[in-house]
Design a protein around this ligand. Structure first.
Ligand code: GDP
Ligand code: MG
Length: 589
């Protein structure tokens, strides 16, 4: 296929503005998907994406477009995820494209995610085609939406903005022409040494690691001896091809093409998204720019409920291959046994991993309270230690300084909601750094601890702003925080999996909440059991779990003797902790 007849593009939009519907229409109007095969929303194929109504994984589909001159073009449509937790994936899929369709719902106008996605595309230097969608809807306000688009990008021309109904297909032919006329054909020399950007990968039980790539320079065929430059893994390519959206094998992928590789690599651990593939015999001198290890924001324990550890481990490895932002390492808990400490981009990401373990692997996992990394300087020591697991948080008497990671949280929101959002950010220890207006929208940047963002901040932001605000974060340095370790003892035995690190000012309220919830949720025993919350050696909250039935007239009182026995001996934990316990604690905020 001649390179000047190839276009690589993505669709970006605020959620529900019609990205998937437009993608379906484009696939229908090119020869990709026949009407008969066409089911709603072809690209969202993971069960979890359906459940959340968002696209989690990026994916590329090759389409063939025959234009008004009967010329045939190859249109590679690269799908991008729609949720804020996955902004890093949006950037990465965008780096495989040369242009984007910016879709705005005429009944809603420019919304926060429109702005955030627009920025990412602009930063990546891509051609942007503005499109107003849902013009068939009675509530459509094309005039106002146009004004908002011009505020967003003053260089847009009014007559350049396309008006469509992705639902009926009205105006979509103009979109197909605009892609041909405005988005540049990919550059890249077919004869140059191979460089291919891995923008997605997944594990197939029979074929091993399958990577999705954009070929920047050179070419790649089955049997090519290839090297993944960042991970230093070499293999012989088994197959190259494209998604149409069904996988279709090809002889060769060339500069400008987007497609998949059956890498011949069996270890799901060894290939990273963002890596550069080159040819072992004629290697490129430099990997492609922009390879960035994604740093997790929060960590939580993951423990299998009724699956054996080995099977669980295999599932975790496969998931990590498919999701570069998910990190893990083995961890052990007295209360929960063998498991993993997972690293995540946020709580939503943690939920997605949990659901994917369930739907794709049939594994029910128990997750502990998430936290960020702590940087701790001990007394009489210069080098700080980094702790990701609250259990390893040192004794308070040994600590001279505790710091935690902060982020610059950029919140994009409609003007009139500023007061409410400011109140919310300040309650989460946010410090206002910058305030910027963008037409009817405001961009407020706060310096905030990651831990405050991790606990449901995004959901609260959504509810306070009725879905109108978006959040993007950029990491900042570690900063001092007055954090304390809050431990829970049930029947005088310390329950390691319930240890959390919290701000001193919030400790008492959280402790009271925790013991109350544990009193109600921990399965009862024959004897009454005290639940204590302990900070720096002091019990700051306490409740009793009542006995199954009244044992003695004394009711729920724990006997002195039993108490001493527990205290002196190595109190054993034999308490079952249902997920409800952890869920209840997660709610504490
Ligand atoms: P996405 O979240 O951006 O992928 O949005 P979807 O494509 O899933 O569309 C969200 C909703 O808007 C769905 O109920 C669509 O049927 C509806 N929708 C999409 N395009 C149009 C359109 O042109 N007109 C009307 N009336 N509804 C549309
Ligand atoms: Mg969608």
């Amino acid at each position: 296929f001649p390179q000047d007849h190839i276009r690589n593009f993505a669709i970006i939009a605020h959620i529900d503005h019609g990205k998937s519907t437009l993608a379906d229409r484009i696939m229908e109007m090119t020869s990709t998907v026949s009407d008969r095969e066409s089911t709603a929303q072809q690209l969202d194929d993971l069960a979890v994406e359906k459940a959340h109504g968002v696209t989690v994984k990026s994916k590329a589909v090759r389409n063939y477009y025959i234009d008004d001159q009967h010329d045939e073009y190859q249109y590679n449509l690269i799908d991008t995820p729609g949720h804020v937790d996955f902004n890093y994936e949006v950037s990465r899929s965008l780096s495989a494209t040369d242009g984007v369709l910016l879709v705005v719902d005429a009944t809603k106008g420019v919304q926060a995610q429109t702005v955030a996605n627009f920025r990412l595309a602009k930063e990546a230097g891509l051609t942007i085609i503005p499109i107003i969608n849902k013009i068939d809807n009675q509530m459509a306000d094309i005039q106002k939406t146009t004004e908002q688009l011009l505020e967003l990008e003053p260089t847009f021309q009014t007559d350049q903005i396309l008006h469509i109904s992705a639902k009926s297909g009205l105006g979509v032919d103009q979109v197909l022409l605009a892609i041909r006329d405005q988005i540049p054909a990919p550059a890249g020399d077919i004869q140059a040494p191979l460089t291919a950007l891995v923008f997605d990968s997944k594990f197939d039980p029979y074929k091993g690691v399958i990577a999705q790539v954009r070929i920047m320079e050179g070419q790649l065929s089955a049997q090519t001896k290839q090297v993944f430059m960042a991970s230093q893994v070499a293999s012989t390519n088994k197959e190259v091809g494209v998604f149409t959206p069904e996988p279709q094998a090809l002889q060769t992928l060339r500069a400008g093409d987007v497609g998949y590789l059956v890498t011949g690599v069996k270890n799901p651990d060894s290939i990273k998204i963002g890596d550069t593939v080159t040819n072992e015999i004629m290697p490129a001198k430099q990997p492609l720019p922009g390879y960035q290890e994604v740093e997790p924001m929060v960590y939580a324990g993951l423990y299998p409920k009724d699956t054996d550890y080995k099977e669980f481990k295999t599932a975790i490895e496969k998931l990590a291959l498919n999701d570069a932002a998910f990190h893990y390492e083995p961890e052990q808990s007295e209360a929960l046994g063998m498991g993993f400490r997972g690293g995540f981009l946020g709580i939503f990401h943690l939920q997605i991993i949990r659901e994917r373990l369930m739907t794709e692997f049939g594994i029910n996992v128990l997750t502990t309270m998430p936290n960020s990394t702590f940087k701790i300087t001990l007394k009489n020591q210069n080098e700080p230690v980094y702790v990701e697991n609250p259990i390893q948080f040192p004794d308070w008497s040994k600590i001279s300084l505790v710091e935690e990671p902060y982020v610059h949280a950029k919140i994009t929101l409609p003007n009139e909601m500023l007061n409410d959002i400011m109140r919310l950010a300040e309650s989460r220890r946010g410090i206002l750094e910058d305030l910027d207006t963008l037409g009817s929208m405001v961009v407020a940047t706060y310096l905030m601890p990651i831990s405050e963002i991790a606990y449901d901040f995004f959901n609260e932001l959504k509810s306070v702003s009725h879905g109108f605000a978006t959040l993007s974060t950029e990491s900042a340095d570690y900063n001092y925080s007055d954090l304390v370790k809050l431990e829970i003892a049930i029947d005088y035995a310390n329950i390691d999996a319930l240890t959390i690190i919290t701000h001193r000012l919030k400790a008492e309220r959280i402790a009271q909440n925790m013991v109350t919830k544990l009193r109600d949720l921990v399965p009862r025993k024959l004897q009454a059991m005290p639940v204590q919350a302990i900070v720096e050696g002091r019990v700051i909250a306490r409740e009793n779990i009542p006995p199954l039935r009244k044992v003695a007239a004394k009711g729920t009182k724990v006997s002195k003797k039993q108490q001493q026995l527990r205290r002196s001996g190595q109190a054993k934990v034999d308490i079952e902790l249902p997920q409800a316990v952890f869920d209840a604690i997660l709610d504490l905020g």
